[in-house]
Ligand binder design. Structure first.
Ligand code: BGC
Length: 691
């Protein structure tokens, strides 16, 4: 690649750092270019310098654009096509927040693997995923794209997603590169308002917010997208501390850094670049390699390199990173990579992929309530079906551009295939499918009111008059406030948005062909005033459960606890954790201690249970969370049987960041908790770390 670099003019090099939409190539023939091209600031000739394309609709489109580009470009450096493949390409999997609820790394990896295979067949080389932004605020519409509030889950699932996309070698058929985003701490937008200010300490950044990105980077992610927000006053796209000190030096990332959409230019609106020229200089010199959807680098930096005002070395390094990725993907040998109409038609939405999507959906929906074991229903139960989502086919969730909705069934259609729906007077049960619409979560979908929709609440109040058990199904891209509605119904299944196989997954769960096994990756607040609410908060000097006086950290009008905590989720089986033993209460350097737990299924019905392990560091250099999620295992247990699970705890589990952002490990006492949810601790031990 160095030889190729030597042949390149400065203009050609800068072109590699520009990403634009395929529109500029495909719509040329229809003579629609003038407007957008003027906005981009590129002439038609300059289009043939650009290095990458954002989004592509089909293999035919990709092949056409690549062919056209290569015919006219001097050095024939292939374009690379990148897209947001967030939870599936056409076979849509549950939204990431639902995937996280599965507490199943293997399924998360499989979903990404299938997404990559389908996307690759249309010529996509990079997915802008995983979104590893730790999320504690359900007002933020993008929580649906995240793995929730816990740093450890974010680490694991971001890593699993990256492995799923990339496999061992991205050149292989069906593999694509992973671009983890949005670096950093985009999920902490103040008041849950998208693109808003972020302000957090370095110790919090390192302890909690970096974990997800680190997971993807450790798993070999080839790209990182930076975020729209500021960090310590400086937008991430031009934040040297974030990009150089943290991302390059501490996390050891050496791949491509790309801006988010138009973020370079937006530094002007942030009031830290005087104009687009300054924006380009600030972003490029801080370390953002590719500029998404604008071309300020191309327009302004050439002059600075020509006049030696900027070191050419910086440009060469950035361009080399882009060329290397193109080489790694094998684009120089075959610029179309896996793009093929024939393969696309065979691979996309294959029976195998749809079966996997159903399996993942089964494990992603959460049973929140099941009074008197109303669920599962007998196959011949007579159901009256209500609610706006029961006739809705599009329950794919946001970020599913390519999701092929025409094949999705509605719950009504799905139920009619196996049962005849009844009039309310004749029904044994009422099933009500409500919640949010598909379009109510995702980017720029912030809300101030998360109450379960009032009109739906009223309908449920009216339905109560029939005195029949009510099963409430809730589709949503975020935790909603269920405090009122929870009292009105017998059972609740939180379905999130489950993708292409939503209807089948829900129907099979209602009738017990699937036994729910998911747990919440985010706390469900009782009311909006509790937000942000998350399980791993710090203690306060005046805890609510402390001395009985009124000067405590509490609300006058609400308990402190959430309605449903992190890690909560029911099953149709009854699990008990028994015979919990620890082989030593002392951890020494390089020595692990072993914890053993018997998971007993006391019911007849087989199912999955998740055993959760938490730690609490009692005394440290900085205040430490009241609980920290450290490990888990999801196991399948037959009816009336037991399975043993083992965990190892070692010094790695005890480290933390102090207020200087330094990773430290202290001697002393820790609590070790074995739990079925963050509010359901079954057994606790005190352990000691001795150096
Ligand atoms: C989003 C990114 C996305 C990009 C490209 C932006 O608005 O923040 O997550 O990857 O658009 O579609």
């Amino acid at each position: 690649m160095k030889e190729l670099l030597r042949q390149m003019t400065t203009e050609e090099k800068l072109g590699q750092l520009v990403m634009i939409s395929p529109f500029f190539f495909t719509h040329h023939e229809q003579k629609q270019l003038t407007g957008p091209l003027v906005e981009l600031g590129l002439t038609e000739d300059e289009l043939y310098f650009v290095g990458s394309i954002l989004g592509i609709g089909s293999p035919e489109e990709m092949i056409k654009v690549q062919e056209k580009y290569l015919k006219r470009s001097r050095l024939k450096i292939p374009l690379i096509f990148m897209a947001d493949i967030i939870h599936g390409y056409q076979t849509i999997f549950p939204i990431p927040l639902a995937l996280a609820s599965s507490f199943n790394e293997e399924l998360v990896e499989t979903a990404a693997k299938i997404a990559a295979k389908e996307a690759a067949s249309s010529g996509i080389g990079v997915s802008f995923s995983p979104m590893a932004d730790l999320s504690r605020d359900p007002r933020w519409g993008r929580v649906m794209e995240s793995f929730g509030e816990d740093p450890y889950l974010n680490y694991l699932f971001s890593a699993a997603t990256t492995r799923g996309y990339q496999g061992k070698n991205i050149k292989e058929k069906g593999k694509i590169a992973s671009c983890v985003k949005h670096f950093a701490a985009y999920g902490l937008a103040e008041a849950g308002k998208d693109y808003n200010t972020v302000d957090l300490s370095v110790y919090n950044l390192k302890q909690n917010f970096l974990s997800g990105y680190k997971g993807a980077i450790d798993a070999g992610a080839k790209m990182v997208m930076n975020s729209f927000n500021i960090f310590q006053g400086v937008p991430a796209v031009m934040n040297r501390y974030l990009l150089q000190n943290i991302l390059r030096a501490e996390l050891g990332f050496n791949g491509i850094i790309i801006s988010d959409y138009n973020a370079v230019k937006e530094t002007v609106a942030h009031g830290v670049s005087a104009d687009f020229r300054a924006a380009a200089i600030n972003s490029f010199t801080a370390g953002t390699d590719i500029e998404m959807a604008s071309a300020t680098y191309f327009k302004v930096l050439k002059e600075l390199f020509d006049q030696n005002k900027l070191p050419l070395k910086l440009l060469d390094e950035a361009v080399l990173r882009v060329l290397n990725l193109k080489q790694e993907l094998g684009l120089f040998e075959n610029p179309y990579k896996d793009a093929s109409t024939e393969d696309h038609n065979k691979i996309v939405m294959s029976d195998k992929h749809l079966a996997e999507a159903l399996k993942v959906a089964h494990q992603s929906l959460v049973l929140l309530k099941n009074e008197n074991h109303v669920l599962p229903l007998q196959q011949n139960a007579k159901i009256a079906l209500f609610g706006p989502n029961s006739a809705e086919a599009n329950l794919n969730g946001a970020w599913s551009w390519h999701g092929y909705r025409a094949v999705n069934k509605t719950l009504k259609e799905s139920l009619e295939e196996t049962n005849s729906l009844a009039l309310i007077e004749d029904a044994d049960y009422i099933v009500y499918f409500g919640g949010e619409k598909n379009s109510e979560s995702g980017e720029a979908k912030s809300k101030t009111n998360l109450d379960f929709p009032e009109a739906q609440l009223k309908e449920l109040v009216a339905l109560r008059k029939y005195n029949k058990p009510i099963i409430l199904l809730i589709a949503a891209g975020r935790p909603l406030i269920l405090t009122e509605v929870e009292k009105l119904v017998d059972s609740i299944i939180y379905t999130w948005f489950l993708g292409t196989k939503s209807a089948a997954a829900i129907r099979e769960t209602i009738f017990g062909l699937n036994n729910p096994s998911a747990k919440l990756p985010m706390s469900f607040p009782r009311n909006c005033g509790q937000i942000p609410i998350y399980y791993n908060h710090l203690p306060t000097g005046r805890p609510a459960d402390g001395i009985d006086d009124s000067y405590r950290s509490a609300y006058l009008d609400s308990p402190n606890t959430p309605l449903y905590p992190f890690g909560y989720g029911l099953s149709y089986s009854q699990f008990k954790l028994k015979n919990i033993t620890l082989d030593s209460a002392v951890i020494k350097p390089e020595q692990a201690i072993n914890l053993s737990v018997e998971v007993c299924n006391c019911s007849e019905r087989a199912g999955y249970e998740v055993v959760l392990i938490y730690l609490r560091d009692l005394v440290a250099q900085v205040s430490r969370p009241i609980l920290e999620f450290k490990k888990f295992k999801k196991v399948f247990v037959n009816g009336k049987s037991s399975v043993n699970v083992n965990f190892q705890i070692n010094q790695e589990d005890l480290v933390y960041y102090n207020s200087h952002g330094k990773l430290v490990l202290d001697e002393g006492e820790f609590e070790l908790h074995v739990a079925q949810a963050s509010n359901k601790i079954i057994k606790s031990f005190t352990i000691n770390f001795l150096k």
